[in-house]
Design a protein around this ligand. Structure first.
Ligand code: ZN
Length: 467
């Protein structure tokens, strides 16, 4: 068994097609094309860093089969009734109609999914494992240990809802990395984690304010020593430090100087690491022009922003719910009042829900890639996993079809995450991250809440067939 490996593993063929030849042959599936023997590409870690690892032999791993369900494989075609999915270890060996997908001998486990709907696990591109929760936690900063405990609780909430992969875009110390490792090593149950270390900002910028963003309350000791960076070389050095800490992504925060933003993005890209930015207004335009990979939030976008995103191939993670929460009810148990940001220097603009929806609609019409992110800053214990499904509803409200919202939550999310060759669809060679629900999510996205099984990394995490 591969259990408890430090890293999830894969074998890859050229052109990003993930296949593991020995494993498939071992399972009695003939696949080698007659004209060319597949050339072995070294296996890599299943994260954005893609560290080469020794070859992986899955041929002795147990086989699991899903039968009878309707497969929505995430590739955009028609749903496949009476589908078969064959899993060995953490990989999908085969997925397709029962009539053309032979059942392997020696299956250790069969799930009868008759009447159920099988789809790729969901992806949340914007979470913070260490966010505050509860009346007490919401009122003061605590330690990395406290943040880690909260993170473990959130990991459990997410995976139980079928959210099988997340990107953490700002953590306390190395908490998100340790959660990622703990999930990989099966110490805790949670989604696959990509992480981006700490937010890189300028002195006094987002993440380095002396007052909290939503309440305006002073942070302990008037904010403590600055974590901000100043000037292009300090921003480059900050990126290098994050990469040294094994991050998958870099996260920047506005406001910042145009040269600082461009320097950080260039440095990250030269090191092969993609970049997300929490931004607004002109800073957003600067970041897009400098090649940032994902824009987080829909805050105070200029009329140039969406056309620029389209031109530069920037993905958009709107996180609408986090801001609508501020407008419509605040976060009462955390003492956050209704209305917006207060007394913060890094957030001097008005939040406008209709503008946010309009910008998502504009991005959708323009063909900008849109991903699903929640970014709930407080009350995680009561907001998750509901916040994820509410975010899908906001995307619908902005005019996206159910099929396109579902794609954002799966295939497109995986592509945005830089994991499109390993996650996001259910097909041969992909990692077995699978959600099985009771009713068709294409009829109503609310049906995603009707979770029957969750399979993460080839293992059953939720098993409630008769819910
Ligand atoms: Zn955030």
């Amino acid at each position: 068994m591969l259990q408890a490996g430090l890293f999830r593993r894969t074998c890859e063929l050229l052109k990003g097609t993930a296949l593991c030849v020995g494993l498939l042959v071992g399972a009695g599936v003939s696949l080698a094309p007659a004209h060319a023997a597949p050339r072995a590409i070294p296996a890599t870690t299943d994260d954005v860093r893609r560290l080469p690892i020794p070859p992986v032999d899955r041929s002795q791993e147990p086989i699991m089969v899903l039968t009878g369900g309707t497969l929505i494989d995430g590739r955009g075609g028609e749903a496949i009734e009476d589908a078969v999915i064959v899993i060995q270890g953490d990989r999908i060996l085969a997925a397709g109609p029962a009539r053309s997908t032979p059942l392997p001998a020696g299956s250790a486990k069969t799930i009868d999914a008759t009447g159920l709907y099988i789809l790729p696990g969901l992806i949340d591109l914007h979470i913070h494992f260490t966010q505050q929760r509860g009346e007490d936690f919401g009122r003061y900063s605590d330690s990395a240990a406290g943040a880690a405990i909260r993170g473990v609780a959130l990991a459990e909430q997410l995976i139980s809802a079928g959210i099988t992969a997340v990107r953490d875009v700002g953590t306390v110390d190395d908490v998100a990395l340790r959660i990622k490792e703990a999930v990989d090593r099966e110490i805790i149950t949670g989604p696959r984690v990509l992480w981006s270390g700490s937010i890189i900002s300028s002195t006094g910028g987002h993440g380095d304010e002396v007052t909290s963003t939503a309440t305006g309350r002073q942070k302990p000791a008037f904010g403590g020593p600055t974590k901000g960076f100043n000037g292009p070389w300090e921003w480059r050095a900050a990126v290098r430090n994050e990469v040294r800490s094994l991050v998958d992504w870099i996260k920047l925060g506005a406001p910042a100087n145009k040269e600082e933003i461009a320097a950080a993005i260039e440095e990250a890209h030269s090191l092969g690491v993609p970049v997300a930015i929490d931004s607004y207004g002109k800073y957003t335009d600067w970041a897009i022009e400098a090649g940032v990979d994902t824009l987080e939030h829909p805050l105070a976008l200029s009329d140039d922003a969406v056309p620029l995103m389209k031109r530069h191939g920037t993905a958009f993670v709107p996180t609408i719910g986090a801001f609508d929460n501020l407008l419509t009810g605040g976060y009462p148990t955390a003492g956050i009042p209704t209305g917006g940001f207060y007394h913060t220097h890094s957030r001097r603009f008005v939040i406008d829900q209709q503008d946010h929806l309009d910008r998502v609609a504009e991005a959708y019409r323009s063909g900008v890639q849109i991903g699903v992110g929640t970014d709930i800053p407080f009350e995680n214990e009561i907001r998750y996993p509901d916040a994820y499904f509410r975010e899908l509803a906001y995307l619908s409200e902005a005019g996206m079809t159910n099929a396109d919202v579902l794609a954002s939550a799966t295939r497109v999310g995986a592509e945005i995450m830089r994991m499109g060759d390993k996650l996001g669809t259910l097909e041969q060679g992909k990692i077995a991250d699978i959600l099985i629900v009771g009713k068709n999510p294409l009829d109503s996205l609310g049906n995603l809440r009707d979770v029957r099984y969750v399979i993460a990394d080839g293992k059953i995490v939720v098993d409630e067939p008769a819910r």
